[in-house]
Design a protein around this ligand. Structure first.
Ligand code: ZN
Ligand code: ZN
Length: 167
């Protein structure tokens, strides 16, 4: 199965290229890059000044080709009900996921660290699309990240228990 990377808004090409390579290392899937689409205004919540990840996924679903997984990459701040923010969100039913770069960078954070974090979140969400749940192994890419400390601690690939479950 193919994975389509879908930039949502302007995303730097070095990040997209890096995520593409990181994916290949973790999953050895072919990854294609779609032309960027605008951030869907329907997902914007003015009371929170954030974007609802679930609506974003529904809008991105229309960009998806049949027989492919689609991963949206955006730099806007995402949230979902009951959470103040999310690094990413996946809908296995729609075979569509989205990650946000919003919280991954900042003053003193190198481009390389931002990229490593983005790769981990990207592989994690596509893991969900492939039917994987969260893993209790804190090094596994499928471990749930509550904060960037968890993200930085985990690897960009699947643990020996999760790896055989790759489709
Ligand atoms: Zn997850
Ligand atoms: Zn695992």
């Amino acid at each position: 199965m193919n994975v389509e990377l879908q930039p949502v808004g302007e995303i730097s090409s070095w990040l997209l290229d890096g995520i593409r390579q990181g994916f290949y290392t973790a999953i050895s899937y072919s990854v294609s890059l779609n032309p960027s689409v605008p951030v869907p205004p329907q997902a914007y919540d003015p009371t929170r000044n954030q974007y609802l990840a679930d609506t974003m996924i529904e809008e991105l679903y229309s960009c998806k080709r049949k027989g492919a997984y689609l991963l949206g990459i955006t730099s806007v701040d995402l949230f979902t009900k009951g959470k103040s923010f999310v690094f990413g969100e996946a809908s296995p039913m729609m075979e569509t996921a989205v990650i946000s770069l919003y919280t991954l960078g900042g003053p003193g954070i190198s481009d390389n660290l931002v990229l490593q974090r983005a790769i981990k979140e990207a592989v994690h969400e596509v893991g969900h699309l492939m039917g994987m749940d969260h893993c209790s192994n804190t090094h596994c890419v499928m471990h749930f990240s509550n904060s960037l400390i968890d993200t930085d601690f985990k690897d960009a690939f699947f643990c020996p228990a999760c790896k055989p479950r790759l489709l």
